[in-house]
Design a protein around this ligand. Structure first.
Ligand SMILES: NC(=O)c1ccc[n+]([C@@H]2O[C@H](COP(=O)([O-])OP(=O)(O)OC[C@H]3O[C@@H](n4cnc5c(N)ncnc54)[C@H](O)[C@@H]3O)[C@@H](O)[C@H]2O)c1
Ligand SMILES: [Zn+2]
Length: 384
């Protein structure tokens, strides 16, 4: 539960700045921060009113506290509640959200508040980018995945029937408030899936953080602050700092930002094969994808086999899948997998782009991968 705060009082927060010039903003991270949402918004946009967009599940747990914080700061708000799940990143729900924002008389100078996981952040962020050619918005991420990844960086959007995230815009929030206590109500499986993205930051660029996670992951999962355990807050702050730095250098993903896709080429193919259903969560697919990226790097002689084993051992220790035979979504044959990989990546002059590694914490973009080599690798993996 969030610690109660008196009006105007700001809970102790770690603040990570995202340096994007005139689009710069802060990510505030800490237990109990939801109570300070109204005061923070009031400080940034005095007099603005808000449309709070959330899903029905998050609403049940946290909407009342969010609204109470806004009310205490004298901020008027309308609520827009959509069904939970990826299905809400649709044209139909997007239309409903936009119409409700307009009906609530949210105008330029007012704010959209996205209270939820990555689905709500992407949907509400895209509505904010679109209504009246762009409204400011605040992210209040409620899943681990959203706190370390989707709420930061300004990618917003919805799904097309032809593919995920194909309709969207870059639109940066003006503030991110990551209250780590909100994760206490998240189902364990969703928390664990989000943890795959936490581990990803260590694996792609920060070997010391990965070693820290190997020792401290249990504290991140429990989130208990008794005995001064700030492991969860520390982990989220490290991830946000890493993403903020990458985004500040490459906002529109023309280069370095692609490193954040470690494990995502293989992972997206597995997600697509499972029909983007609840059978295989995004983070579970990314865990499998990172395991494959490390094994593929080992096979290419880029890293020692023991380094790949170490990466996989940590993912397995927290309960994430690392073997295709453990894929809860079911793994298709190599022909289908290769088709899905080619669709996701668009083969350029016969070559595929993958994020590979020269070690834990040393990912790089390899844009000249021979599809035949990937096919042989996957064939071996599938028969192992
Ligand atoms: N924009 C980006 O940069 C970016 C990056 C990564 C992923 N994404 C997108 O994020 C989405 C996945 O996000 P997600 O994993 O957060 O999924 P989600 O938003 O669907 O949340 C997962 C489930 O948890 C529930 N939930 C959320 N917060 C809760 C809480 N505190 N307590 C209890 N239940 C809670 C939700 O209702 C939902 O059922 C995908 O659509 C993906 O494309 C976007
Ligand atoms: Zn991801």
């Amino acid at each position: 539960m969030s610690a109660p705060l008196r009006q105007g009082e700001l809970a102790e927060a770690t603040v990570v700045p995202v340096a994007l010039g005139e689009r710069a903003y802060d990510i505030a991270i800490g237990r109990g921060l939801l109570a300070s949402l109204g005061a923070r918004i009031g400080g940034l946009r005095p007099g603005a009113k808000c449309a709070l967009v959330t899903d029905a599940t998050v609403a049940r747990h946290h909407l009342a506290a969010a609204e109470a914080s806004l009310t205490a700061a004298g901020i008027a708000s309308a609520r827009i509640v959509v069904p939970p799940g990826e299905g809400s990143k649709s044209y139909a729900t997007f239309q409903q959200v936009c119409e409700q924002i307009i009906a609530a008389r949210i105008e330029r100078g007012d704010l959209i508040v996205a209270l939820g996981g990555g689905v709500i952040g992407d949907l509400a962020g895209f509505a904010a980018a679109s209504v009246r050619r762009g409204l400011d918005y605040v992210q209040v991420p409620t899943t681990l995945l959203a706190q370390v990844d989707s709420s930061v960086g300004g990618k917003t959007g919805i799904d097309s029937p032809l593919g995920k995230n194909l309709i969207g815009a870059f639109h940066q929030p003006i503030l991110v408030v990551a209250d780590t206590a909100l994760l206490d109500t998240l189902p364990k499986r969703d928390f664990r899936a989000g943890y795959a993205e936490v581990a990803k930051y260590g694996l792609l660029g920060d070997a010391a953080f990965f070693a820290w996670l190997e020792k401290n992951w249990q504290g991140v999962f429990s989130g208990e602050q008794s005995a001064g355990n700030l492991a969860r807050e520390h982990a989220i702050a490290v991830c946000c700092r890493a993403k903020a730095n990458i985004v500040a250098r490459d906002e529109r993903e023309t280069g370095e930002r692609a490193l954040l896709n470690l494990g995502h080429t293989f992972g997206h193919a597995l997600e697509a094969a499972a029909g983007f259903s609840g059978r295989l969560l995004h983070g579970e697919a990314i865990s499998l994808g990172m395991a494959l990226a490390f094994d593929f790097s080992a096979r290419k002689g880029l890293i020692a086999a023991a380094e790949a084993e170490r990466a996989k051992a940590h993912l397995a220790a927290v309960g994430l899948p690392t073997h295709l035979k453990d894929n809860p979504g079911g793994t298709p044959g190599v022909d289908r997998l290769m088709d899905l990989i080619a669709q996701d990546k668009k083969v350029k002059r016969g070559a595929l782009t993958f994020i590979l590694v020269r070690g834990i914490g040393q990912a790089f973009v390899e844009s000249d991968v021979d599809p035949a080599e990937v096919r042989t690798f996957l064939t071996d993996k599938l028969s192992a």
